[in-house]
Design a protein around this ligand. Structure first.
Ligand code: ACO
Length: 428
């Protein structure tokens, strides 16, 4: 199968077929408009490949997720977050020396320019942490100019990974009115984040190894997910030639929405609401099925996964283990499990392939670590950063990249005669 033939009225066009390394088939319609005058229409891009990519593979039917060929389950069990960040960005798992050098670079760049603290001070305490994260990342381009050489780009990549940890923790400290806690070079990425979040100047802060390992695993599970909404945003903004910081800042904005990364916050709000309403699961399952009711089961459903989300499976198992080891009895964990069971017994959810996604159980783990609900999506952004970076670099280096510029089917007025103001109907 080399070509796919499209017929439109009396015209025919042969579209070259591309087959990916996992036998995914696509036909290239890039000549369609020039040949026939027609375009394709695919709202939400559910059938449209925007690029060829060698970073992440998902088989939504089989519940497979791999970064650079490695299964998410293996990476979550055996790797550290910086290991995985290196893999995504540079294409291979690092050797011990490469990882040590990468770690050292990251720790050396974790401080923020002191002037940047003024930005945090300008925000109200109630500012949504994702807004703060997005704007401060955007303002990094004012401090670190965007050179185009590989070396300059790489330096900004290191800076961004190092500083996002600090920016995220500072935004939390600002929101609760505590002094900022500076990064420590002797701690791992995840441990340093917890230290900057929870240490106070008057007390020694002890990092809990179990919590560090759990956080590291959560960051790994979120690290990339091919052409999702925020990643496509990063690539789209970058396709204009915009710098790394501006592109990632836009991605953070896209992630904040409740249908994307913001769902992890909404899941906890929903579970709390159901609990306070007497754990009446049937009522909320019925509301989720009612097309006249805007309520949806948050943390359920996915554009790509139609059987199960492998990340959700790992997180659910880990939530059981970690809460048990920490001696935490969170009623929301039982409630989430019951809701999942009742929903999955229902034909509505089964027929539509709606299963718990990554966001359904992650909030329960974040709660167990003491991370407040309004920071959950920031945690997602921290994890997703290496994926965004890897995708941005791939886009930048791909000779096939053109500025992203979709077309549209216009449905507005045809040409109308201009009428001077005062002569228009209903005006004095
Ligand atoms: N609760 C109830 N019904 C749902 C849900 C849900 N959570 N999700 C989808 N459906 C229904 C839709 O109403 C639709 O039904 P219909 O065919 O009768 O019209 C059908 O399932 C397909 O749903 P779409 O919205 O068309 O699916 P899409 O792929 O566009 O959306 C999405 C995927 C946004 C994830 C959706 O499932 C959803 O809103 N889920 C809740 C929010 C959420 O958890 N988002 C996080 C996703 S993971 C991530 O981004 C990290």
């Amino acid at each position: 199968m080399d070509t796919a033939r499209i017929s439109i009225q009396d015209q025919e066009v042969d579209c070259p077929v591309t087959v990916g390394t996992e036998d995914e088939v696509a036909f290239d319609i890039s000549k369609l408009r020039n040949t026939t005058g027609a375009i394709t229409l695919d709202p939400g891009y559910a059938n449209t490949g925007s690029c060829e990519s060698g970073i992440t593979f998902i088989d939504g039917e089989k519940g497979i997720l791999r970064y650079r060929g490695y299964s998410i389950e293996d990476l979550a069990e055996h790797s550290s977050f910086l290991d995985v960040a290196y893999l995504l960005i540079y294409g291979e798992l690092p050797t011990r020396d490469e990882l040590d050098a990468f770690n050292l670079e990251i720790t050396r760049h974790s401080l923020l320019h002191e002037d940047m603290k003024k930005f945090f001070e300008g925000y109200p305490a109630s500012a949504p942490p994702m807004s703060v994260l997005s704007t401060i990342v955007s303002s990094l381009s004012a401090y670190y100019p965007s050179g185009n050489s590989d070396e300059e780009v790489n330096l900004n990549i290191i800076r961004l990974i190092a500083k996002l940890n600090t920016i995220a923790a500072f935004s939390y400290k600002k929101s609760i009115g505590q002094p900022y806690i500076y990064p420590r070079n002797d701690l791992s990425y995840a441990a340093d984040f917890l230290h900057m979040m929870f240490a106070v100047p008057s007390e020694e802060y002890e990092v809990n190894d179990l919590i560090v390992r759990t956080l590291d695993m959560l960051l790994i599970l979120h690290a990339d997910h091919e052409q999702n909404c925020s990643t496509s945003t990063v690539r789209m903004v970058g396709s204009s030639g915009a710098d790394l910081f501006s592109s990632i800042s836009a991605g953070i904005g896209a992630l904040s929405g409740p249908l994307h990364g913001g769902a992890n916050t909404e899941v906890i709000n929903m579970l709390e609401m159901i609990r306070q309403d007497g754990s009446n699961f049937q009522k909320y399952v019925a509301k989720a099925k009612d097309k006249n009711d805007p309520f949806r089961l948050m943390g359920f459903g996915h554009r790509v996964y139609k059987n199960f989300d492998p990340r959700a499976r790992v997180i659910k198992k880990t939530a059981d283990e970690v809460l048990g080891q920490l001696g935490i009895d969170d009623p929301l964990l039982d409630l989430a499990k019951q809701l999942e069971r009742i929903a999955l017994e229902d034909d509505y959810f089964r027929e539509r392939g709606l299963y718990p996604n990554v966001d359904f159980y992650s909030g329960i783990l974040y709660r167990a670590m003491g991370i407040p609900t309004n920071m959950f999506t920031v945690m997602f952004a921290l994890g997703r950063l290496p994926g965004w970076i890897a995708q941005w670099v791939e886009m930048k280096n791909d000779p096939k990249t053109r500025i992203n510029r979709p077309r549209q089917v216009y449905t507005g007025y045809n040409h109308r005669e201009y009428i001077q103001i005062g002569r228009r109907a209903n005006q004095n």
